[in-house]
Design a protein. Sequence first.
Length: 249
Amino acid sequence: AAGLNLVEIETTSETNYQPTAELLAQSGQTFDGLIITNPSNPTGAIISAPELKKICTWCDENGIRLLSDEAYHGITYEEKAQTAALYSDSAIITNTFSKYFALTGWRLGWIVAPDDMIDSIKKMAENLFVSPPTIAQHVALECFNHLDLLDNYVAHYKRNRDILRTELPKIGMSDLSAAHGAFYFYIGVKDLTNNSEEFCRRMLDEAHVALTPGVDFDKKRGQSTLRISYAGTPEDMYEACARLKKVIG
């Protein structure tokens, strides 16, 4: 939509499917901007604060505009995800009330941007929407009076994650992403299939469990990966694993 050319830089499980400053510098690619997601969908991976600082510094030193998608901030476990705004005055930060604040469907979010980009962002926004609905803004403000409840949601996600971390290897899904944030596992399933779309369709038809094929995120390598969301109940986690085991064997 913006008339940009996409440049892909391949990450691996060794860096938890997140970029590093070293990887960017050694990629051999030329690009004007970099988009990161921290924590990440589909992997749940977090970029550590020291590495995020290195990435921000590298982008600033090389005249590369950093866009940091921080939609899953607040949904983290062993460590918190840091914001790129702490390390760069030129980065663009996007966030939403849909994840940690649990206002899924209300489509309310925000952008933190450098002063020299505000006018351009306003012009683009005016052609996409007029303003956020009033009721959504009032509901969003009320969220800040219930942070204890929202933190309980995060504890709930962590419990689900830990259940799957124990149960999934029992059914042949042991190649799990670290999942330090968000509510997803990205799973290598090359021992089970080389066609993730067909595999997920089969699991839906036979086990009645919804999985997302890796090709939705990685057209090159996604036939041997898939994503699992664990935003349901603990009972759902156990039930889903039991159903998958019956089909997979």
